[in-house]
Write a protein that binds this ligand. Structure first.
Ligand code: ATP
Ligand code: MG
Length: 262
């Protein structure tokens, strides 16, 4: 880490996470637009209270259950995700038999190589979506993320697409995929169009997904399917928004409530 953040700093984790993104950018892992996407995430995290809510735990549990019941689950990796949680992703990938597939909006060979190295160093044995592999295209999309690996997202029934763009999420749904995302903004198009949205910071919820994967692995497929079926993403997003509104209301009372009454 290039700057030293005092251990008792009240916003230490947030600042350390930001440093990881900056470092990732310097190492060509994170695209410049990824810095802005992270900033948007930080703002929503502030609104949520920078904590994993019960609602997020509920979504994490359903997401992991969906991965464990899938025939071909896949985890899509972009620059920000790789800069923040490479080890947890590799663990989750192994526990759920979901291969990692690199998908970059702003493709550069240099970025692909940098991401591949980080994933390999984190223990990934096989990484899909690289340029030496065959590729298929998602219809209706014009960006670089149109390309998918036929052994990965191409044949997947369940795809985990953390920090994804709305267009691609919609396109994946149109292809009949069951889409799980992680997005701090419950109003983003990605959040709205996914089957399961984990409204949480990826740095907090990915290790939690690993914990749930360890726990749920031994459950029967039937019980896991029941967990997935009982999950309702509309309700989940509504409750997540409510959490934000209540948190902001509590802030108003706490910080400036008195003066507002006058
Ligand atoms: P959409 O296209 O889905 O409407 P968008 O254009 O607002 O979304 P993008 O820039 O495409 O957003 O993607 C970034 C998304 O990822 C944002 O919604 C942001 O809140 C979220 N995000 C950024 N960093 C994190 C993080 N660390 N954890 C979880 N979500 C994050
Ligand atoms: Mg977008």
């Amino acid at each position: 880490m290039s700057i030293e953040i005092p251990p008792d700093h009240p916003r230490r984790i947030s600042l350390e996470t930001r440093e990881m993104i900056i470092e990732g950018h310097q190492k060509h892992i994170v695209a410049t637009a990824g810095l802005l996407a992270h900033g948007r995430g930080e703002a929503f995290d502030y609104f949520i209270g920078e904590t994993t809510t019960e609602q997020s735990r509920h979504a994490v549990r359903a997401a992991v259950a969906a991965m464990l019941t899938a025939e071909h689950p896949v985890i899509s990796v972009n620059g920000n995700v790789c800069a923040l949680v490479p080890e947890a992703l590799v663990q989750l990938s192994e526990l759920t038999s979901a291969p990692l597939e690199i998908n970059l909006f702003y493709y550069r060979k240099e970025r692909e190589d940098a991401i591949l190295k980080v994933l390999r160093d984190a223990g990934a044995k096989e990484v899909l979506g690289t340029h030496d592999r065959p590729s298929e295209t998602i219809p209706e999309l014009s960006s670089n993320r149109r390309k998918v690996d036929p052994d990965g997202i191409g044949r997947a029934d369940v795809v985990v697409v953390p920090l994804e763009d709305g267009d691609r999420t919609e396109a994946l749904r149109k292809m009949g995929k069951y889409v799980i995302t992680i997005d701090l903004n419950p109003m983003s198009r990605t959040s709205v169009h996914s089957n399961i949205t984990i409204v949480d910071n990826i740095v907090r919820c990915t290790p939690l997904m690993v914990e749930f994967a360890k726990e749920l692995r031994t459950e029967s497929k039937e019980d896991l399917r029941d967990i997935v079926q009982a999950f309702n993403n509309e309700k989940n997003l509504g409750k997540s928004l409510e959490i934000i509104v209540n948190h902001l209301k509590a802030k108003v009372v706490e910080d400036i409530g008195g003066s507002l009454e006058q």
